[in-house]
Ligand binder design. Structure first.
Ligand code: ZN
Length: 180
């Protein structure tokens, strides 16, 4: 695997193409994976987010972190997660740390079951509803290269056009300046 400095990772923004790359399963949960999880939890907290997936720090690794309450004890790390048993359907507003300034309505399952591995290598299976179910579905979307703007209505498409254009222009400027 390529070398990189975990402490130097930051949250990347739309339309960075790394947000669109499908992720690969993590084969070994080693110290590097644990350090990445800690770094992602810190970045998420700093940005006042409730979830962060590895593609959002530029890595095609199949893992995400989340914490819907902000309490340290509620921090969760899921390695190689997948959803099963999606039940019901609810539409609600969502934002994304990689698409600042954009909020769109997204229809999601009301209840989901997630199967994953935790940092100790144990298999976990949990069924949740409400905000946690929404958060997990949002993060799994990231792991498949999908963003909330792929799921928005025509009305939201029109309402967010300007903000998305500005993000695109900002990304192009950063790239021209050699920042990405
Ligand atoms: Zn997101």
């Amino acid at each position: 695997m390529h070398q990189f400095d975990i402490e130097a990772l930051t949250i990347i923004k739309f339309p960075d193409p790394r947000l669109r790359k499908p992720t690969r399963p993590i084969e070994v949960i080693d110290e590097r994976v644990t350090r990445l999880a800690q770094r992602m939890l810190a970045l998420m907290k700093e940005a006042n987010g409730i979830g962060l997936a590895a593609p959002q720090v530029g890595l095609s690794w199949r893992m995400f972190v989340c914490n819907t309450t902000g309490e340290p004890g509620d921090a969760q790390v899921f390695v190689n997660p997948r959803l099963t048993n999606m039940v019901g359907s609810i539409e609600s507003e969502e934002g994304c740390l990689s698409i600042p300034g954009v909020t769109v309505k997204v229809r999601r399952a009301a209840q989901v079951t997630l199967i994953a591995t935790d940092l100790e290598g144990r298999l976990v299976e949990r069924t949740v509803g409400d905000l946690l179910a929404r958060c997990w579905q949002h993060e799994i979307d990231h792991l498949d290269g999908r963003l909330i703007i792929d799921r928005m209505s025509e009305a939201d498409r029109i309402a967010t056009r300007k903000a998305l254009k500005q993000l695109e222009a900002g990304f192009a400027r950063g790239r021209a300046a050699g920042r990405t």
